[in-house]
Design a binder for this molecule. Structure first.
Ligand code: BG6
Length: 514
């Protein structure tokens, strides 16, 4: 007997500010999560599934099969899921919804290279099909990246990669490769198992409401498009600053570093959304075609350009939220001579008619002064200041700030007259804030992405040629940083705005304050 996951009626209460919000249908699906007892599943995936259930967004026939190496029962896994949802869901779990969802979960333990385990998985999936017809299948690879090719090959071997009657999809977590070559190797395995339309490569930034709003902002408003080009824009700066350090992730992070961890994926995605041409329609391939063109218009930097246009640095001891913290080299699990960067700043240029000559600055780092992700578009100064003689101090170029997090919203700085008898100007802000405009909490990125993957909508996922183009930009930087002994690795105290060298990189312009 199927136990349907009933939505909490309170979650569906009418909010006139978001009236008209449609729920697109999601086909009946069996979702298998590989790495179901891992950190991502615990902190993000299981709570996201709960929130979808809470909103009635999951299909009536929905099943979750958790797979990992751990030997445990269905009930152990349900208890794990119950605890993770209670700890990490963005809303207080409702007992009925939660138990309904847990009732749809089962667990199969096997080592990812054990082909026999995939046979058991297949049997479990087919048994679920018997209860009312075949369900779509989605396989979510949320394991350590070295298992991505192993699992992909094994799914093919078990004939789980395709079914003529239903849709079979693979959702692949980041990182997709650790450089251009390894990304291509992984892609070679993926493409012999799945067609590209079956593959959903995750970049969770694309699931963030405010990241999607960059497209809405640009393509649903007429007034910005005429100035969105080299004639009016002086430069763009994209910041993804974090106040946290590397936590307990030294094993992963020391091999990755800031460039691989955040720039190759999230920051280049933000850049493409700001710089892309308007797509003909919001259809997955149309959008991704335009994004790829932007990436391909960024010429991979030469070693000289890397030395001139990039800055890398590592945090030293300092503070995080007022508490003393150790430096990167003192973190548990980090080799004492590690040269991994925890901060990266870059200057890039998109070589096309719209953007030629407009520098685009990116910066990201751990243990910076505060957490903020934003895109700042700075317009050129006015060509002539008529009221100069009246002492028009403080006239600044207009800045448009798209804030991804926190205080999600858009703000535009304008010059305004200071009240009084003289013509004195100062910048003021016009602001739109998500929280107050819609009075509704934004869903977590993973909620949207899981739903879209089950619906087969790949718009917010990274296509293979996009990943390739991203690594083509990042690879030469990694190589130059590795090979060039003269390329400095700067230090910055934790809790500050980063190294001074990054100020020199952007000069005579200035980074926005952190
Ligand atoms: C992940 C990185 O992809 O993004 C982490 O691996 C980083 O190092 C995280 O902390 C940031 O994501 P968010 O959603 O908190 O901005």
């Amino acid at each position: 007997m199927a136990v349907h996951v009933k939505p909490d009626p309170r979650a569906l209460g009418e909010n006139p500010l978001i009236a008209g919000l449609e729920r697109l249908p999601v086909p009946p699906t069996t979702l298998t999560i590989f790495g179901a007892t891992g950190d991502l599943a615990r902190r993000k995936l299981l709570p996201a599934l709960y929130n979808l259930a809470h909103e009635g967004a999951l299909p009536e026939r929905f099943n979750l099969i958790g797979v990992s190496r751990r030997d445990q029962s269905d009930d152990d896994f349900r208890q794990f899921a119950r605890e993770s949802i209670t700890a990490f869901s963005r809303r207080e779990p409702d007992a009925t919804v939660l138990e309904g969802l847990l009732g749809r979960m089962q667990y199969i333990g096997f080592s990812f290279d054990d082909q026999e385990g995939y046979g058991r998985l297949r049997t479990a999936i087919e048994a679920l099909d018997e209860d009312g017809g075949k369900l779509n299948r989605a396989f979510y690879l949320s394991t350590a990246p070295e298992f991505f090719p192993v699992i992909t090959k094994a799914l093919k071997e078990a004939a789980l990669n395709y079914d003529p009657d239903v849709d079979v999809r693979a959702v692949i977590e980041k990182p997709f490769g650790t450089d251009l070559e390894s990304a291509r190797e992984l892609q070679a395995v993926v493409s012999t198992t799945f067609r590209e339309r079956q593959v959903f490569r995750i970049d969770h930034y694309l699931g963030k409401e405010t990241v999607q709003n960059v497209m809405a902002f640009r393509f649903a408003n007429f007034m910005f498009e005429p100035v969105w080009n080299r004639n009016y824009i002086d430069h763009i700066q994209i910041t993804a600053a974090e106040d946290i350090g590397i936590g307990s992730r030294a094993g992963y992070y020391d091999h990755a570093g800031a460039l691989r961890d955040l720039v190759q994926n999230h920051m280049l995605q933000l850049l493409t959304l700001v710089c892309m041409e308007p797509p003909a329609s919001f259809e997955a391939n149309k959008v991704r075609d335009e994004k790829v063109k932007v990436l391909q218009a960024i010429t991979p930097p030469t070693p000289e350009q890397v030395r001139r246009d990039t800055v890398r640095a590592q945090y030293t001891a300092g503070t995080e939220a007022g508490e003393d913290v150790v430096g990167y080299l003192e973190e548990d699990g980090v080799p004492e001579d590690s040269r991994t960067e925890t901060y990266a700043a870059l200057k890039l240029e998109v070589h096309n008619w719209r953007w030629a000559g407009v520098p685009i600055f990116l910066r990201t780092g751990k243990h910076l002064a505060r957490k903020v992700t934003e895109i700042a578009v700075e317009l050129k100064p006015v060509p002539h200041l008529a009221f100069k003689s009246q002492g028009s101090v403080g006239v600044q170029p207009n800045q448009l700030i798209l804030t991804v997090q926190p205080n999600e919203g858009v703000s535009l700085s304008l010059g305004a007259k200071i009240p009084g008898s003289s013509m004195r100007i100062r910048p003021v802000n016009m602001e739109f804030l998500y929280g107050s405009a819609f009075m509704s909490e934004s869903p977590e990125a993973y909620e949207r992405l899981i739903l879209d993957a089950m619906r087969g909508d790949a718009t917010l996922f990274t296509r293979n040629d996009e990943v390739d183009a991203q690594w083509s930009i990042i690879d030469p930087i990694l190589t130059a940083w590795h090979d060039d002994d003269d390329m400095p690795l700067y230090r910055y105290p934790s809790g500050t705005a980063g190294p001074k060298a990054a100020d020199d990189l952007i000069a005579p312009r200035r980074w926005r304050g952190l």
